[in-house]
Design a protein around this ligand. Structure first.
Ligand code: NAP
Length: 306
């Protein structure tokens, strides 16, 4: 079986490349021609993939990487905007071009990462772009599976790493607003196993799944769980949403109270979308890793490196 991965250099992409290559799948790893391209290409080769440098603004360039590919896993795109990256280009247009490339190269199936909470009534910029990507895919004539993930966490995810660094250094962790909004972290190892079963057709096609973890927790409780895995107590520093938002609008070098969340990421964090994990477990025939076990593993690898 041959699978192409768009977004192969990202957190989810890298983990999936490693998993698929280990399982004997031939992986075409798509990456952009950025300043770090050679370094990224080597990492992908070492993971066992065949790297292809593509220009996502040109469907024929992407199609070139899709020769005899059975399924395209599309996990490329941005979760924040800047003057260099806007969602229309980095998500919507990119997805349109990736879909056109599949049609040009005769690839029949696509698997896509949308976002938990995306729906036709959505008003938030990131979710609007994801909704439009879903429509492009559904109307393309390709067979598809669309995943709507909550936070995908694991060894090396930036979100958990930032929190762990602060916890380990006894530094205060900014809590935006109440911190009581809920998230449903799902382990990246479960995600790559689900993708594997998905590309093999285990759950069938033309379906949409919420990709969520086994347990719903508040943002604050997630941090407390991470801290307890390091035998620590977190120090919280409460920041009003007004201040966090204002800070997110400043250049990162000038931020005071919110060093790590863009406006778009803050929107998603407080959106409080959660779901039922049972349909996912049933469709893919697996039991999701308990949250306590996930944080133990992330914290263990983090403290080994620190
Ligand atoms: N991680 C999560 O918890 C989560 C949750 C819900 C949804 N998702 C979605 O899942 C996908 C992958 O997430 P991730 O966490 O792996 O993201 P990531 O680490 O930021 O990786 C993004 C990937 O997309 C590629 N890319 C191509 N064009 C891009 C563009 N114009 N702007 C930015 N990146 C571009 C990047 O390639 P380069 O190496 O060339 O930069 C990189 O491989 C994204 O669509 C994200 O919205 C993720």
């Amino acid at each position: 079986m041959k699978v192409a991965i768009a977004g192969s250099t990202g957190f989810i992409g890298r983990n999936t490349v490693a998993k698929f290559a280990k399982e004997g799948i031939e992986v075409h790893a798509l990456l952009r021609n950025t300043s770090e391209v050679e370094q990224k290409r080597k990492v992908l080769e070492n993971l066992g993939a065949k790297p292809f440098i593509v220009d996502y603004s040109t469907p024929s360039s992407v199609a070139h990487a899709l020769s005899e590919v059975d399924v395209l896993l599309h996990v490329a795109g941005a979760s924040s905007q800047s003057v260099h990256t806007n969602f229309e280009e980095s998500n919507v247009l990119l997805t349109k071009n990736v879909v056109t490339a599949c049609l040009l190269a005769n690839v029949k199936k696509i698997v896509y990462n949308s976002g938990l909470g995306v729906n036709q009534e959505t008003t938030q910029c990131y979710f609007i772009s994801k909704y439009r990507c879903e429509i492009i895919i559904k109307q393309s004539g390709l067979e598809y599976v669309i995943f709507r993930p909550s936070y995908i966490v694991g060894v090396g995810d930036e979100f958990s790493e930032y929190l762990l660094q602060n916890i380990l250094g006894d530094k205060p962790i900014p809590i935006f607003g109440s911190g009581e909004y809920r998230i449903q972290p799902v382990f990246v190892d479960d995600v790559t196993e689900i993708y594997l079963r998905c590309v093999k057709g285990v759950a069938g096609w033309n379906k949409t799944f919420d990709l969520v973890g086994a347990k719903i927790v508040s943002f604050k409780d997630y941090i407390t769980l991470l801290a307890s895995a390091l035998h620590k107590k977190p120090v919280f520093s409460y920041v009003s949403l007004e201040e966090a938002l204002r800070d997110a609008m400043r250049p990162s070098s000038e931020r005071k109270t919110n060093p790590y969340m863009s406006v778009d990421e803050l929107d998603v964090l407080i959106s409080d979308f959660v779901s039922d994990a049972t349909p996912l477990e049933r469709a893919f025939g697996l039991k999701l890793t308990p949250l306590e076990e996930i944080v133990k593993r992330i914290a263990y690898h983090f403290s080994k490196r620190s």
